[in-house]
Design a protein around this ligand. Structure first.
Ligand SMILES: *Cc1c(COP(=O)(O)O)cnc(C)c1O
Length: 367
């Protein structure tokens, strides 16, 4: 027993249940080959240019990194044609979400979020002593209108995720614009676009264009997903310079390491790679769709690099059988959508293997 006193609400914080690790599963089931398809990483990895850089440039790691992340901010600024004082870099986008909650949430204040959604919004809000107002999805999409209607006088943050995680659905431009128009200007709208680059061109909304008209918006993007740098922990936020300067006041110095900063610059110098990955994933996704249709398996059409599959009452058994066959997927019950299973789209060979294994297991329970 300890006598020190944690803040009273810390005990009740929701627990993030990470996907199981490769090593864990290899050992437990005595498998040679295990595929981790649980956390929406880019299984292809980053481009060769980034890998080569990291392998050859570790000499300076005895020095602290550039605390202001100048090079990567400059690179992002020139990519989008925005000034660098509108850009903040985080140790993953998660850290920026945390900085936002630290800056705006307090006891008595709340954040409006979809239910289910990315767990970090709730965790960061509750951590600050605030509350979340959870608005159920409607037909697997974020119900923007109901979310707007559920705002109270105490609401400070309004979270939208496009494309959504864990479902994979998107938000159309008219829905986004509805939110921008209706949400009071004293509430910060957080537009989490972690999977933005996976959207087909015709579905991409120029959200950066909103920034000139709306000062209460922050756009979040990351190098963890399509850029393949999840292990390096680097993401960015773009917003009005006054918002960025406020977030910078609470940001810890040296929050992003030097290898990640440079790797992200090189990733942006090789944008062709992002398009290549997006097209590959799109192609592979079609194979999932056609297999599921052929087999009569329900799924939700996805704008990301993952698919939610309806696995019903046998979900637990199906996930367990997949593990035994070497596939780590994300059980829906861990991400707020029981009866479904989320799988990350991977390399053609692995996908093929996954699909035939999955169909066999699914049919064992349902046919
Ligand atoms: C993966 C993800 C992030 C980004 O996480 P990082 O901290 O940048 O690795 C943010 N939002 C959503 C919805 C995600 O799925």
């Amino acid at each position: 027993m300890i006598d020190v006193k944690f803040k009273p609400w810390i005990n009740d914080l929701p627990e993030y249940i990470p996907g199981k690790t490769l090593e864990e599963i290899k050992e437990k089931y005595n498998l040679e080959e295990v595929y981790k398809l649980a956390s929406n990483e880019n299984i292809f990895g980053p481009c060769q240019e980034v890998l080569r850089y990291i392998r050859n440039n570790t000499d300076y790691i005895n020095y602290y990194p550039d605390s202001d992340c100048r090079k990567i901010r400059k690179k992002i600024g020139s990519k989008y044609n925005i000034s660098t004082d509108k850009i903040i870099i985080g140790n993953g986008t998660d850290q920026i979400i945390e900085m936002i909650c630290d800056s705006f949430i307090d006891a008595g204040r709340n954040a409006v979020i979809a239910d289910p959604t990315f767990l970090i919004y709730e965790k960061s809000t509750l951590k600050c002593g605030g509350e979340t107002i959870k608005v159920p999805l409607s037909n697997f999409k974020q119900d923007v209108e109901s979310m707007v209607k559920s705002i109270t006088n105490e609401t400070c943050l309004f979270f939208l995720t496009n494309p959504h995680n864990p479902i994979g659905t998107n938000i159309a431009s008219d829905e986004l614009e509805y939110a921008l128009k209706k949400v009071n200007k004293n509430i910060l709208i957080v537009l989490d676009e972690a999977y933005y680059e996976y959207l087909p061109e015709e579905e991409k909304v120029n959200t950066l264009g909103y920034l000139s008209k709306y000062k209460n918006v922050v756009i979040l993007r990351t190098f963890s997903k399509i850029y393949g740098l999840a292990g390096l922990r680097i993401g960015y936020g773009i917003a009005d310079s006054e918002i960025i300067s406020g977030l910078n006041r609470i940001r810890l110095p040296f929050n992003v390491n030097s290898v990640s900063q440079k790797a992200a610059v090189i990733a942006l110098e090789n944008e062709w790679y992002v398009e290549e990955i997006r097209d590959k994933i799109c192609n592979e996704k079609e194979k999932f769709y056609s297999t599921f249709k052929k087999e009569g398996i329900d799924f939700i059409k996805s704008y990301s690099n993952f698919i939610l599959i309806k696995t019903g009452r046998e979900s637990k058994n199906i996930v367990e059988d997949l593990l035994k066959s070497g596939f780590i997927v994300r059980p829906g019950e861990n991400i707020g959508i029981p009866g479904y299973t989320r799988v990350t789209i991977s390399l053609p060979k692995i996908n093929e293997k996954f699909l035939s294994t999955f169909v066999k297991i699914f049919n064992k329970y349902y046919k």
